[in-house]
Design a protein. Sequence first.
Lengths: 327, 327, 327, 327
Amino acid sequence: MSKKKNYTLGVLTSGGDAPGMNACVRAIARTAFGESINIVGVMNGYEGLINGEFKRWKNARDVGGILRRGGTVLQAQRSERFREKNGQREAIRNMNEEGIDGLITIGGDGTLNGAHAIAKQGVKVVGIPASIDNDIWGTDMAIGVDTALNTITESVDKLRDTASSHTRAFLVETMGRNNGYLAVQAGIACGAEIVLCPEFPTTVENVAEIIEDAYRRGKNHAIIIVAEGATIRSTELAEQLDALDIGFKTRVTILGHIQRGGSPTAFDRLLAARLGIRAVQVLLEGQSDVMVGLRGRDITLAPLKDVVSNTRPVNLEFYNMVRNLAQ
Amino acid sequence: MSKKKNYTLGVLTSGGDAPGMNACVRAIARTAFGESINIVGVMNGYEGLINGEFKRWKNARDVGGILRRGGTVLQAQRSERFREKNGQREAIRNMNEEGIDGLITIGGDGTLNGAHAIAKQGVKVVGIPASIDNDIWGTDMAIGVDTALNTITESVDKLRDTASSHTRAFLVETMGRNNGYLAVQAGIACGAEIVLCPEFPTTVENVAEIIEDAYRRGKNHAIIIVAEGATIRSTELAEQLDALDIGFKTRVTILGHIQRGGSPTAFDRLLAARLGIRAVQVLLEGQSDVMVGLRGRDITLAPLKDVVSNTRPVNLEFYNMVRNLAQ
Amino acid sequence: MSKKKNYTLGVLTSGGDAPGMNACVRAIARTAFGESINIVGVMNGYEGLINGEFKRWKNARDVGGILRRGGTVLQAQRSERFREKNGQREAIRNMNEEGIDGLITIGGDGTLNGAHAIAKQGVKVVGIPASIDNDIWGTDMAIGVDTALNTITESVDKLRDTASSHTRAFLVETMGRNNGYLAVQAGIACGAEIVLCPEFPTTVENVAEIIEDAYRRGKNHAIIIVAEGATIRSTELAEQLDALDIGFKTRVTILGHIQRGGSPTAFDRLLAARLGIRAVQVLLEGQSDVMVGLRGRDITLAPLKDVVSNTRPVNLEFYNMVRNLAQ
Amino acid sequence: MSKKKNYTLGVLTSGGDAPGMNACVRAIARTAFGESINIVGVMNGYEGLINGEFKRWKNARDVGGILRRGGTVLQAQRSERFREKNGQREAIRNMNEEGIDGLITIGGDGTLNGAHAIAKQGVKVVGIPASIDNDIWGTDMAIGVDTALNTITESVDKLRDTASSHTRAFLVETMGRNNGYLAVQAGIACGAEIVLCPEFPTTVENVAEIIEDAYRRGKNHAIIIVAEGATIRSTELAEQLDALDIGFKTRVTILGHIQRGGSPTAFDRLLAARLGIRAVQVLLEGQSDVMVGLRGRDITLAPLKDVVSNTRPVNLEFYNMVRNLAQ
C-alpha cells in the first residue's frame, strides 16, 4: 500500500489507567513496525498532545518489557484544557507539526469523548476502550476489567478465611463510579451475600434482613460488596448495620486504587493485543471516529458518536444470580 | 411446575479436573435448592455411578466454601468400565435405584462422550464443558481454561525476569494434549518468540533461525512455548537447539499439572456459575443429550452428538499474532 | 517413655486468627500421632473449652489438607467468660473430664494471658505465638506476620502501578493495633515515603512537608503507611492533606481483614511446624506455663509470666530506614 | 567524615540472579546518596568490570521503581575471564581509572570467590550473599531464598488440588545445585511425602515403599520433591517408580528458572535493604574482604576467606521433619 508510505501513527493513554494499557501500546507499536509505518508515543494523554510531548519510537525494542506492567508507560492524565476548543486546536496543531496522520486513544468515557471531539474537526482517530469500570457502551469488555475483577476476587477470598473463623460480615467497597458492573460480577465470583450498586438501590433494613437470614441459615460469615456509586458508602453502612443486631460483627475493607494496578491477566493482555492490532488496521484502512470493541468473540467497530451518547446497563440477571447462589 | 415435584438431580465430574469444577457444582446444587428439587453428588465420576457412590446434599451449606477451591470435591476419575455397555447398564440401574431423574456431567471430551452414550439409552443428561485444553467443540471457552492460561502467564513472567538478566532462551512445555489452543494463547499473553503446537508443525532449524534472529535484533531473552502435543518434546528440542549455536543458552520448564490446579479465576467462576445454572434449567425444561456452552456473551446449547464428533480448530490468526508481536 | 502412655493432648486456637494456625495445628497433631499419644482439638478457643466442644482426632488424615489454608479449622473466638475465674474453672473441669493432660494454645496476647491464668491453677499448658501484629514479647516473629507483610506488600505494589501514572499519594491503613511493627516493616518493603505509627507520633504538617519534598525531588508518587494505632486515622489524614496543597492528590486504601487471610507463606508454615513440634515436646518433658518462640534461628522458651507482662518495642532503626531509603 | 569526601562506591551483581538483587542495589545507592558519596553501577558483573561498563548514578531517582522487580537491572553474568589473573588485573585497572574506592559485589559462591580474589590484591571489597540455593556459608539466609521457597510452595499447592482428585504422585524438581536446602524446606512447607537431596541419598525402592505406605494409609496423593543435585533426576525417578506398582500414577513438574524470578517477598526486600545499607557502612568504616550476612536477627560480618572455604550443611533435623509431618 503506497498509502502507508511515511504514515505516522500516534498513540496516547488518557484518564484513569487500567491494567493492559501497556500491552495495548506494545501491540500497536509492534503492528506499526510490522507495517513499516512511523509510531509516536504521546506522553500524558491529551495534556501531552497540547504540550507537544512526543516520543518517537525507533524500533520494536523501545516497547520491550512492558507487556506485563500495570499502569501506563505513556502516563495517563485527565486534561481540563482539552475540554475547551482552544486546547483541542492547540493539540491538532501539534499533531500536524509532528506529522501525525492518525491517532489511537486508549482510555475510558472521557478519553473517547475527547477522541470524538477532534474527529469531528477532521483528525483521523480510533478509540480503544480501557477502564476497569466496564461502563463503556459498544464493547463487552474494556481493557482492565478482567484484572480488576480478579484483584477483587483474590482479596475477598482472603477475607473469607478469617470471616469463617469469626462470624463476621465484611463490607468490601469496589470501584466502578456510577456503574455496578464490577460490583455485581465480583459478587458472583466471590459468593457475596448481597451487592449494593447504583442501578438497584436497596435499604439498610433489607441488607440487615438478608444478613440476619444468612446467620439463621447457619452461615458463619457474610460478604457484602458495595459499589462506590451505591446510595450509601461502606463505612456508613457498617455503622448502621452495627446499630441493628444482625448476628455478625461488621468490618470494612476499601480496596481503592489497588483495583487499578497489578500485572494484567491473560485475558486483558489478549484483548489488548487484539484491539491494538485492529485499531492500527482500521486507521490504515482510512476509517475514523470509531471505537474498536469486543462483541462475543469478534473485534467490531462502533461509531464514537454512539459510544459517547449511550450508557452500558448492568444486567439484572447477573444481579439476581448473586442472591440465588448465596443461599 | 408440578413436574419438578420430587425431581432428583445428579451431578458428577469426570476425567482430568479443571479449576472451576467446584464453582460449577456449587451453582448446580444451589440452583437445585432454589428450585426445591433434590440433588445428589456422584463421587468419582462414571466409576462412582457404576459403584453407586452417591452423596445426597441436604441443604445449600453442604456445598459451602468450595467456590474458590481448585480440583473437584466430587473427585474426577477416568473409567474404563464405563466405555463398555455393561458398565453403562450398571450405572443406569444405579441411577434408577437412587431415583435420579436427570444427570449433569462436568468434564472434557471423554466425559461428554459418556454422557452421549447413556443419553442414547434414555437417560436425561446435560453436559458441561470443563477442560483446561479448550479442545471441546461447541463452546468458546471450557471451564478451567482461563485459570490455566493465567497460571502459565504468571510462570513465564517469572522466567522473563531471569531471562533478561542472562541472555537465555526458555522452553516452556504446556498442556493441551492434541490441541494447541493453550500454547498459542499463552504465546500471545506472554510475548513468546514462537509457539510449537500440533496444528502448525515446524522444524528445529526454523526455531533456531527465529531465536538467532531475535538475538541479532538485540533481544536479551527468548521464550519458546511448546505444546505437549507438538511433534517434538521440550527437552529434546532444548538439546537440539543447544547443539546449534543460537546465541542463547536454553533452559527447560515443564509446568505439568500445576496448570490444572489453583483457585479458579473470576472468569472461570462466572462461567461455571452460568453454565451450571443453565444446565439445571435445561434438564427441568425436559431437554437432554445436549451440552451447554458459551458463544459470545450467551449461554447456548449444542447437541452432544455434534460435540463429540467435531474438533475445535486452533485459530491461525492467533498463531500468527505471536510472531508479529514478538518482533 | 511410659510417662506418655495414654497421654492426651489438647490444642486450641483463640483470639484473632492468623495465617499458619492450621499449619501449626497439623504439626501438633501429627507429632502427637508420631509419639503415639491422643490428640483432641478444642473448637472455638477458650469458649469451646468452657462448653466442652472437643473433637478427638483418630489419625493423621484427620488434619490432612489444612496445611495451606488460611483461618483456623478449630475456629478462633474471643471469650469474655474465660476472663472470669468461673469460666476458667468450668474449662478446667471439662479438660479433666475429657482426660486432657496438657494443652497447647495458639494465639496472641489474650490467648497467652488465658494460658498463664490456667497454668497458675495447675493446668499443664504451653503457648504458641500467632498474631499478625507481631506484638508478642519473647519471639522474633509470631505465626502469621510474614504472610500479612506479604499481603500488604503485594497490595502496595499494585497501588504503585497506578500511582506513578497519576502523581498521586496513597494512604494505606494497616493492622497492628497498638503496635507499629507491621506498618514499619511494610514501609521498608514497599518503599513508602513515611510511616505513621503509635510509637513515633508525627504531625500532619510534617507528613505534608515530606510529601511536598518528594514532589519537588521529582517523585511522581508517594506511599504513606498508616498503622491503625496511629494518632490519626487514614481517612482523616487524607482530608487534612488534601486541604493543604502538597502537589499530590491523596487516595485511601483500608486493607482491613484481608491482612488476616490468605494461604500462609513458606516462612509461616515452617515457623508453625517448628513451634508446633517443639510445643508437644515441651509438654511431654513436663514443662508448663511457657511459650515457645523463635529467637534468631532457634526455637526457645519464655515463661508466660514474662510474655504477658512485657511489650515488644518497635525498632527505631527500622523506622528511620524507611525515610532513608525513600529519598 | 572527611574520609568520605569524594568517595566513589561501585556495585555489581554477578552469577545467577536472585529476587531481591534490585532491592539491594537500590538500598546501596540510596545509602550512598544519603552519605553524599558517589555511586557507580557496574553492568554485567565482573565481565563488565573487565570491560569498563560503568553507569554513574546522579541521584536517588536513578534507582527508582526497581525495588519490586525480579532479576537485576545491572545484569548478572558469569565471567570466565575474571577467573584468570589477567582478567582481574584488567578489572582493577578499570576500577582505578573510574576512581572507584570500594566495591560491593552481590551474588553467590562464584561472586564471593571473585571478591576475595581481588581483595587479596588490595581492592576494598565487601560481598553480599544472593543465591536462591542458600548454599553460602556465613549467613542464615541469602537474598532470594525466601522468594524461591514461596514460588515452589505456591506451585506445589496447585499440584495438590489436582493430585487429590486423581490419586497421583507428583515429582517436583527444584533448584539448589549441590545443596538440598531449598528442597528440604520446600518439603516441609508443602507437606511433601519425601525429599530427595544430595546430602541424604536414598534408593528408588525406599521411595517406592514410602509412597506405597502413604497409599495404604489412605492418602489420595503424594508429593515428592527432588533436588536438582540428587543422585537421580526427576524424570528418571518417575520412570522407575512407574515400573514398580506403587498405587499412584506419577507425573513430573520441572520448575526450572521460574524459581529465580518473581517479585521479591517482603522478607527478601527487608534482608536486601539491611545487607545493602550495612555493606556501605562497612566499606566506609575501612573494612574489606568480608561478607555481610544475617545471623539470627543481626547483620554480621564474616571474612570472605572463611565464606569461600566452607560449605553450608543441610540440617538433618529439617530433613527428618518432612517425614514426620507427612504421616
